[in-house]
Ligand binder design. Structure first.
Ligand code: C2O
Ligand code: CU
Length: 458
């Protein structure tokens, strides 16, 4: 399923073939999980924190002993984490020091169109653009990444991604693990050349076989014998991660894309398609000191991360039996169909039969209205998984093929996975902001090649 022809007019990667040798598969558990740096504000105003970030090339040691040229926000392969609080504004001055245009999207955020990172709303090389985020939404594990027209796949693959962690007082009062016991973990994959270079070929996901956690192959993380909150983000372009602790040990999911679930969802497996998040709590006090507990990706059969359990520690965190009720949404007044399909003539994946045209409005939506979108992954003639991400809103997943959403999908969501042939219904209210936004498959090689569309709120 990797060998698709390219749609006419998208020739910029057409000749890419890699004939070099691949880097040797790295030994697992030899490097420690790095934590992305937390970005310091350049100014703290009465009602806003101001940040400056430069998008620039850098060299990172992703594989032990090799130097990998990457693209970064501020120099680190997992960009610096921005910490924000509901109700307090964040202003980010983004300077683009690359030779191509960039566009910054805060994934999962409810923001005006001018600050959403529309694909053609570019930061020209050598210029600075200011994005403002009002943070008028609940606590959530958000992330920021590039969204430049046709380029998002390569840019994100090479490193333009970082966490944006939004907190609110209600969540804080729940006493979930916090501070150094609250750990963002960005999962990606990569194809490495022998010299450590990242090989990017469009739709080459089958060859991106090295899994990375915060930019390192199967690292280890020393943990104390107590509860931790892990914020798992699948920032890979194309991979589905199916995460499971060795032995089927329990993970308790507490949040999904847009924030807290109504109630904790204990499970042995968390499945994340590209861009989805799951915050899980693991209680390491269940294990004797010295236990080494591996988090595996079931689908690839590869380890993702190993927890090395240390001494028991005092722990006043908890996981209450109720977290945050799901907001009831008004009755939907519109139902729409969104069909994801392979077009034989175009030789590529489309949404409702069309490739992305940033000038074309596909759906016009009245501000404040509530809609149900029936999203269908047509298996014909090539059945591949897709997903759908809708900008501006957090939606509720109603059902999959008529079966009500499971407990792990009951929180606010902005991205939903679709197996071949599957139909998922989601419901959202399009409030507060007018203008043009995109929705797309978040398998970024797909969106970069045109599996994206525009809605305009009027
Ligand atoms: Cu994560 Cu349109 O983006
Ligand atoms: Cu897709």
């Amino acid at each position: 399923v990797q060998a698709f022809a390219r749609p006419a007019g998208h020739h910029h990667h057409a000749a890419a073939v890699f004939r070099g040798r691949a880097a040797a598969a790295p030994e697992p558990f030899t490097v420690r999980l790095p934590l992305p740096p937390v970005l310091k504000p350049s100014a703290v105003l009465a009602d806003a924190d101001v940040y400056r970030l430069t998008t620039r090339p850098a060299v990172a040691e992703l594989l032990p002993g090799l130097r990998t040229p990457v693209l970064t926000y501020g120099g680190s392969f997992v960009g610096p984490t921005i910490r924000a609080t509901t109700g307090r504004r964040v202003i980010v001055h983004h300077t683009n020091a690359l030779e191509t245009g960039t566009s910054v999207h805060l994934h999962g955020a409810h923001v005006p169109a001018a600050h959403d990172g529309f694909p053609t709303d570019l930061i020209a090389p050598g210029t600075t653009r200011t994005y403002e985020y009002a943070n008028q939404q609940a606590a959530a594990t958000l992330w920021y990444h590039d969204h430049a027209h046709h380029m998002e796949a390569e840019h994100v693959y090479r490193g333009l991604h970082g966490f944006y962690l939004l907190e609110d007082p209600g969540e804080r009062a729940l006493k979930l693990p916090r501070g150094s016991y609250d750990i963002p973990i960005m999962l990606t994959d990569a194809r490495f050349a022998e010299d450590g270079g990242l090989v990017f070929i469009m739709d080459d996901s089958g060859n991106r076989t090295t899994l990375l956690a915060n930019g390192r192959p199967a690292p280890y993380l020393p943990v104390a014998g107590r509860r931790y909150r892990l914020r798992l983000l699948n920032a890979s372009n194309m991979r589905v991660f199916q995460l499971r602790l060795a032995g089927g040990e329990e993970l308790v999911q507490v949040a999904s894309d847009g924030g807290l679930l109504p109630a904790p969802a204990p499970t042995d497996t968390t499945t994340l398609s590209a861009a989805e998040r799951a915050d899980v709590v693991i209680d390491f006090s269940r294990y004797p000191e010295g236990t080494k507990l591996v988090l595996d990706d079931v689908l690839s059969g590869q380890p993702v991360l190993r927890f090395d359990v240390g001494e028991r520690e005092r722990d006043d965190s908890r996981v209450p039996s109720e977290l945050r009720p799901q907001d009831p949404l008004p009755e939907a007044t519109i139902e729409r169909d969104v069909t994801l399909a392979y077009d034989v003539d175009l030789g590529w994946f489309t949404i409702n039969g069309k490739l992305f045209d940033p000038e074309r409005v596909d759906f016009t939506i009245n501000e404040g209205s509530t809609e149900i979108w029936r999203i269908h992954n047509s298996a014909d003639p090539i059945g591949v998984p897709h997903n759908l991400h809708v900008h501006l809103v957090q939606f509720q997943v109603l059902d999959r093929d008529g079966v009500p959403a499971g407990p792990q999908e009951r929180g606010p969501k902005d991205t939903v996975a679709l197996a071949p042939g599957e139909t998922v219904r989601v419901k959202a209210t399009f409030a507060d902001h007018r203008g043009r936004y995109v929705f797309h498959c978040h398998q970024l090689d797909h969106s970069s090649m045109g599996m994206m569309a525009v809605f305009e709120v009027v």
